[in-house]
Design a protein. Structure first.
Length: 198
């Protein structure tokens, strides 16, 4: 019986050593792999920044600039001019810059976005408004410093990161038009550019 007992104990010790050996072997043959990372999605202000960066206007003929453009990043507004004779014009040189890090392209361009309003005064108001209605010519082309000088902007024109495009806005009261009896204010001249990621 003692021999049997010794055999059982020996067998139990061998079994225990085998179990420990298997556990160690399993532990040495397994390995965890981990991938951790972090990313930041840039706000529009850091990667996307299409803006007006300069504007200068000049009156031609007998025209006068009563108030110049006010410029912020995406809007040129407040230009007030006066045409005193047929053929008068205002010419503005405008720079549009891609200050961001993402290439852009022109998705759409509307030279006259919306309706014009004609406001006359006095006894000849209606006749004066009718006389000048549709006479103002409003035109934009790329300027002499641009690769597409003289061409009108069109969809898919590119504006790569860090590049400036030159534009020329011309507003004219044509030589063929007549002057109204009293002043007529034309408002609502609006041009819209929509840039998207290229």
């Amino acid at each position: 019986m003692q021999k049997n007992e010794k055999s059982k104990n020996l067998l139990l010790v061998i079994l225990l050593i085998s179990l420990i050996s298997l556990s160690i072997a399993y532990a040495t043959l397994t390995q965890h792999l981990y991938i951790t990372s972090q990313t930041t999605i840039a706000g529009q202000s850091s990667g996307w920044d299409i803006r007006f960066t300069a504007v200068t206007c000049q009156a031609n003929g007998n025209a006068a600039i009563m108030q110049d453009f006010t410029m912020n990043a995406t809007i040129l507004s407040g230009l007030v001019s006066k045409f005193n004779a047929p053929g008068d014009s205002i010419v503005c040189n405008i720079k549009v810059t891609n200050n961001g890090s993402i290439n852009a392209k022109l998705s759409s361009f509307t030279i006259q976005d919306g309706a014009l309003t004609y406001t006359g005064s006095g006894t000849t108001q209606a006749a004066d408004e009718a006389l000048v209605n549709g006479k103002i010519q409003h035109n934009i082309v790329y300027g002499t410093g641009d690769l597409q000088a003289g061409l009108a902007p069109s969809a898919n024109d590119t504006l790569p990161a860090g590049v400036t495009r030159d534009l020329v806005l011309t507003i004219t009261y044509p030589l063929s038009a007549s002057l109204p009896e009293s002043n007529v204010t034309v408002s609502g001249l609006k041009t819209t550019f929509l840039y998207v990621q290229d």
